[in-house]
Design a protein around this ligand. Structure first.
Ligand SMILES: NC(=O)c1ccc[n+]([C@@H]2O[C@H](COP(=O)([O-])OP(=O)(O)OC[C@H]3O[C@@H](n4cnc5c(N)ncnc54)[C@H](OP(=O)(O)O)[C@@H]3O)[C@@H](O)[C@H]2O)c1
Length: 297
């Protein structure tokens, strides 16, 4: 397989483990690693922010383990990452929205002999309709994916990170984590959980070499938002200046993760809005969001 020029430039003075890593990258297996290479597991990597995170992590020299349900999309992505960045990539096609999924994923990693140094809990779904009209099954799946899979996967991987004395965790929260979100009440609640969990765990693990970060984007131009716009009958409801680019969100997420920033809100506008809302009484904030949400029904 042809290698990108960056790999060729670094070819002189490589160590044996780097040669082994390059060989493993070309075979697509995360088996042997270059000294210092850190493998990132990204859930929800087949689309949207997760797919962009995969490119950003690979660009910075990380091997990848990509997880989502769509194996065809994951295989295409893995092929592209191997071609462009010569990184080793593993694909695990799995539904994380069902009970016990995190344990099955953990066991799969163990059976392939894979070690995770960076965990990115990105997979998530939303339901953008009145609570009473949302299927119970959809609500259960959302909580299972956004909350349970994130929590259980973190619980399973943290002890190894602590034992090694290093590890990084990036959780996808949202600006919705800071406020109640009428008409997508459960989604907002799952993101509030992710934010609270991240903050608490980051403090609990401080000084032990493991950082935990929450990435809090506003509205990002992905399938999730396009789907919500169509459900609500307002595909173009969000003005363009509020629509974030998924690649930029991923870049900021990578930086926040590597710097151990505990909460990162994407974009100055959203940061300003969140800070302003924090200064307002809670009743005012929920009334305001309820008013805005109802306008788009
Ligand atoms: N877009 C936004 O405006 C926005 C704003 C703030 C926060 N976020 C958060 O950012 C994260 C990514 O959102 P996105 O906008 O990039 O969404 P997206 O484009 O819809 O992508 C969602 C990803 O999650 C995967 N996924 C969905 N259900 C899954 C399941 N049951 N098991 C395993 N993987 C599953 C999807 O892959 P498969 O379908 O192949 O499984 C896909 O790769 C989510 O946690 C979301 O809450 C998004």
């Amino acid at each position: 397989m042809a290698r990108p020029s960056t790999t060729r430039r670094k070819a002189s003075g490589v160590t044996a483990s780097e040669v082994a890593a390059a060989a493993s990258a070309s075979s697509g297996r995360v088996t042997a690693k270059a000294a210092g290479t850190k493998t990132a597991l990204i859930t929800g990597a087949s689309a949207g922010i997760g797919r962009e995170l995969a490119f950003v992590f690979a660009e910075h020299g990380h091997d990848l383990i990509l997880v989502a349900r769509s194996s065809d999309k994951l295989e295409d992505l893995a092929g592209e990452v191997r071609r462009r960045y010569a990184r080793a990539v593993e694909v695990v096609a799995m539904d994380l929205g069902v009970a016990g999924a995190a344990r099955r994923l953990y066991d799969e990693l163990a059976s392939r002999g894979l070690q995770v140094e960076i965990l990115v809990n990105n997979a998530g779904v939303g339901a953008f309709k009145p609570f009473g009209e949302t299927d119970c099954a959809d609500i259960t799946q959302m909580i299972q994916l956004n909350v349970m899979a994130t929590t259980e996967l973190t619980r399973l991987l943290v002890p190894e990170m602590v034992e090694r004395g290093h590890g990084r965790i990036l959780n996808l929260a949202s600006v919705a984590a800071f406020v109640p979100t009428p008409l997508c009440s459960v989604y907002g609640a799952t993101k509030a959980f992710v934010l609270s969990f991240t903050e608490a765990l980051s403090e609990e693990l401080s000084g032990r070499g493991v950082s935990v970060s929450a990435l809090c984007p506003g509205v990002v131009d992905t399938e999730m938002v396009r789907g919500a716009g169509e459900t609500l009958g307002h595909p173009d409801a969000v003005p363009s200046f509020l629509m974030l680019d998924p690649r930029q969100v991923a870049r900021e997420g990578y930086q926040a993760c590597m710097e151990g920033e505990v909460i990162h809100i994407n974009g100055f506008t959203y940061e300003a809005v969140v800070q302003w809302m924090r200064l307002q009484p809670r009743w005012f904030v929920r009334k305001l969001i309820g008013f805005l949400a109802r306008r788009y029904r």
